[in-house]
Design a protein around this ligand. Structure first.
Ligand code: NAD
Length: 426
């Protein structure tokens, strides 16, 4: 290991937990009035909460045409990928035994709430990622919420993207009050069955506390990146990809895993100047993130590199290496995989198609990222005809009686008696 750093980022502190608990209780009882009050106190917003069409149109007029083109390109890719996911999830019906028929179907949730963060950066691409995916899933009503920025309301390009992606109602509400408004159905919106989208620690904690009665996509921690690089990697490109990730914030972990020590040393030496190239506060943020959370792990073999990647289970996993097919088959724990130096995490974050709302802090050990599946309920159904009843009722009755569940046994036996009164079960 060339440079060590603390491991996982801290969890929500007690302060944030308590603050969010108090805010949610107040928002639950105080409804629209409490939400307006928090919007004023926390974000200085006293304008309309439900964004009027005239504001959306005024925002669209401000967005430069080249940015509109880029957003149309990204929206087409993200929607096409989400539609392909939807098409891959087929409803089915199967006859398990003669007369015993069961099936599965996927039903979109009735209403979804998509949070689009916007405190530090205008997260324009996040609007496309969550809303377009809910749309492709077939959700009938999508409410989206984003914080007001710098006085005039939601950032114009973000608002344009929210509308482009298909939001039915757009709330100018950030943080806990935005999340609560969607979950509780404030401002005339239908209560969201599921809340999706990234956000800061307050947003993540609000989603965590609401989980249960309301579904959530994930509890997102700080974004992270692991690069696997072999001797063929370009150190300048590796350093640039690491610095780009570190730009997210000073708690964003970045790892370089390599089996080539000269590359490790070269990348380490290039990082300071590469961060400086980002300019202004981005340069300072990236440098601070790398100093606090950056780590270079030197391995002896390709297999050891794969084991390290699987152990860390990063949100983004980028291969600057050869034998990409081997890697694609071997790796088992990541939110999204970027194969080869020709691609970059920035493509996935903004425009290429697969979703950028991904598991962080090692959650890729057990889940993937946001997809149409999160907006769909995969439910099952069953039917039984006379041909299936004797064996089915007999098995059910015997298992139920062995469990001591007489009511279940009687329910099973009654089906049999109703259809074949002369057949004895036991
Ligand atoms: P945000 O929209 O998540 O939060 C802004 C809101 O926080 C404000 O509207 C305010 O109401 C609330 N807030 C701020 N201070 C508060 C306090 N003291 N008490 C109560 N509420 C408070 O925007 P952000 O802060 O810029 O955070 C965005 C986050 O989203 C970042 O951590 C970023 O990394 C993350 N993100 C993740 C992904 C991903 O896919 N993983 C994508 C985009 C953004």
């Amino acid at each position: 290991m060339i440079k060590s750093a603390p491991g996982l980022p801290p969890a929500a502190t007690g302060d944030i937990r308590d603050t969010v608990e108090i805010m949610l209780a107040r928002l639950r009882s105080g409804g629209d009035t409490a939400a307006r009050d928090y919007a004023r106190r926390l974000d200085g917003w006293t304008g309309p909460i439900v964004t009027p069409r005239s504001t959306i149109e005024a925002a669209a007029a401000q967005v430069p045409s080249d940015l509109k083109e880029a957003l149309a390109y990204a929206h087409a890719n993200i929607s096409a990928f989400a539609r392909a996911q939807r098409a891959s999830l087929q409803d089915f019906e199967t006859e398990l035994r003669p007369g015993l028929i069961a099936g599965q179907r996927s039903i979109p949730v009735s209403a979804a709430g998509c949070y689009v963060p916007g405190g530090r950066y205008a997260h324009i691409a996040s609007a496309l990622m969550t809303i377009a995916t809910a749309k492709a899933a077939g959700v009938p009503h999508i409410t989206a919420a984003a914080p007001p920025r710098d006085g005039p309301g939601i950032d114009a390009a973000t608002l344009y993207a929210m509308d482009l992606a298909g939001a039915d109602t757009i709330l100018t509400l950030g943080g806990v009050q935005g999340i609560a408004a969607m979950a509780f159905g404030l401002f005339g919106t239908p209560a969201a069955a599921i809340l999706a989208g990234p956000g800061n620690a307050y947003v993540a904690e609000a989603k965590r506390q609401l989980f249960g009665p309301t579904g959530i996509d994930t509890v997102a921690g700080p974004t992270d990146l692991l690069i696997v690089a072999d001797a063929t990697a370009d150190p300048g490109l590796v350093a640039l990809d690491l610095a780009g990730q570190a730009e997210h914030g000073p708690t964003s972990p970045c790892w370089l895993v390599t089996d080539h020590e000269p590359l490790a040393r070269r990348v380490r030496d290039l990082i300071p100047d590469t961060c400086a190239r980002l300019g202004g506060t981005n340069a300072d943020t990236a440098r601070a993130a790398w100093d606090a959370m950056g780590e270079i792990i030197l391995c002896d073999s390709r297999e050891e590199m794969a084991q390290e990647a699987d152990r860390i289970a990063p949100e983004h996993l980028h291969l600057h290496a050869t034998a990409l097919d081997w890697w694609q088959t071997r790796l088992t724990a990541y939110g999204s995989l970027f194969l080869g130096a020709e691609t970059t995490v920035a493509f996935g974050d903004k425009a290429s198609g697969p979703n950028h709302v991904l598991p962080t802090s090692g959650a890729a050990r057990y889940t993937g990222g946001l997809s149409v599946h999160k907006f769909l309920k995969t439910v099952t159904w069953q039917r039984a005809t006379d041909a299936a009843l004797p064996a089915l009722a007999r098995a059910t009755s015997r298992i139920s009686r062995a469990e001591g569940m007489t009511g279940h046994a009687l329910s099973a036996e009654a089906r049999l008696h109703a259809h074949s009164p002369t057949t004895a079960l036991r």
